[in-house]
Each structure stands twice: as C-alpha cells, then as structure tokens.
Design a protein around this ligand. Structure first.
Ligand SMILES: [Zn+2]
Ligand SMILES: [Zn+2]
Length: 248
C-alpha cells in the first residue's frame, strides 16, 4: 500500500503498549491541529476567515489556552472571532425580546420560536470547531486504513487481534467495517473486536470492584493488584483517552 503516511502511524500505534491505538492516533492528530492553529497559520488570511466564523469548541478552547506558546496569536484569533460573533447575534438578541403582554398584536407563541432558534444558532456556533473537524477527518482515514490492513496484511491482523479499543473507537471501527469490509472480512474483524472487548470489560469490572472492596477495613492490608488506576482506565475505556484522566 503506497499510503505510508497513514500505514506507518497505524502500525506504530498498534506496536505501542497502549490501551487503545485509536486514542493514541487521535491524540497525535489533535496535537498536530492545535500546533497548526497556534503556529504561522494564524496569520494566513484563509485560516482566519474560517476561525473568525468558527472559533473553537469548549474542549479545544481549553487546550489552546493550556498551550502558552503563542499568546499574541491566540489573542488575535479570539479578538476577530468576538467581532464576527458580535455582528452575527447581538442585534438578533436585542430584537428577540418580546413585547410585553397586552401590547402584542401577533400570535403569542412567535417569540418562543425566535428564542429557540437563536439558542440553536448559538449552540451550533459553540460546537463548530476546525480542530475537531480536521481531527475527525484524519481519524476516519485511519479507520479506513485499519480495515484495509486487517484484510490485506496478516502481520497487522495479528496485532489487531491482540489490541484493545475503547468503546467510542469500537463504535467507529464497527461503522467503518459496515461500510468497507466484505462479509467474510467483517466476520473475522468483528470476532477479533468482540474478543478483546469482552476481555477488557471483565478485567476492568474486576479491577474497579477490587478498588471499591479496598475501602472495606478487612481488605486494608491486602495488595492493590492492578486496581490503583482502575477508575481512570475504566473512564478511558468508556469515554476515549482525552488526556484528562491523569493518574498522578
Ligand atoms: Zn480509543
Ligand atoms: Zn474541537
């Protein structure tokens, strides 16, 4: 396969000792995009036209703020985004206030629709994010490459069988398998996925339960085993590893 730009990172992720290779690939794609938006791209008019409109989602606002490398660049982007947002909604917000009851001539429910549609517009703007958009596109591509490698590269297939995947990435793999794999390949693929999922569930259930039992004074002096970070591992499995579940 010539697309080594995707196959090499996929192989690296499945070679590394991690809880979910797709979480690792997602994190790398996210870091790349954040670096990109804090780098010289900030001063490129094409990028600014986009970020003036979109800003960033709450999660990526927080991550951009943590990267203190380019404070001026971040301030410039936030400033022009504020101007764009202000121009878009402030007048509509002023106009959305209904007339007081008794003075109104139109149907009394009209103002409710106005309030709801303005709220929808604000929510849509909050959720729109070029980092998410590009990262999701990259992850979609990785999912397709994983499908291709699973059915054409036996060495990779063996790595896949041994790997674990968090539940959100299990869902993305299932969706891509439905779109890309033949029925026979899908049979092998889903069997491998379900075996590792079963093992992850039972290990995490056991470890989190032992974590809770350690609070019983009778177990106080018994060894922790693998349970010390069981809550974080379980949360990463349930929700993807966003880098927020530090164990320190
Ligand atoms: Zn994952
Ligand atoms: Zn985002």
């Amino acid at each position: 396969m010539k697309e080594t730009i995707y196959t090499i990172p996929v192989n690296d992720a499945y070679d590394s000792d991690c809880e979910c290779p797709l979480c690792l690939l997602r994190k790398k794609a996210e870091d790349n995009e954040i670096e990109y938006y804090l780098g010289p791209s900030l001063m490129e008019p094409d990028t600014r036209i986009i970020t003036n409109k979109t800003g960033f989602c709450p999660d990526h606002m927080a991550k951009l703020n943590k990267k203190v490398t380019n404070r001026l660049g971040l301030a410039l982007v936030i400033h022009t985004h504020l101007l764009d947002y202000d121009k878009d909604i402030t007048d509509d917000l002023t106009d959305a206030a209904p007339a007081k009851a008794g003075l109104i001539k139109g149907r009394s429910n009209d103002y409710k629709n106005t309030l709801r549609s303005l709220a929808d517009r604000i929510d849509a703007r909050t959720a729109t994010c070029p980092v998410c958009e590009k990262m999701n596109k990259t992850i979609d591509r990785y999912n397709e490459v994983i499908m291709h490698m699973f059915s054409h590269d036996d060495a990779f297939k063996q790595k896949f069988i041994k790997a674990g995947h968090c539940l959100p990435h299990t869902a993305s793999l299932l969706r891509t398998a439905a779109a890309k794999l033949s029925q026979n390949d899908a049979a092998d693929f889903v069997n491998a996925l379900s075996e590792s999922n079963k093992a992850q569930f039972s290990e995490l259930e056991k470890d989190v339960e032992w974590f809770t039992l350690k609070f019983d004074y009778r177990n106080k002096d018994k060894p922790w085993g693998n349970s010390k970070n069981a809550i974080q591992r379980a949360m990463r499995f349930l929700s993807t590893d966003t880098g927020e579940f530090n164990e320190g």
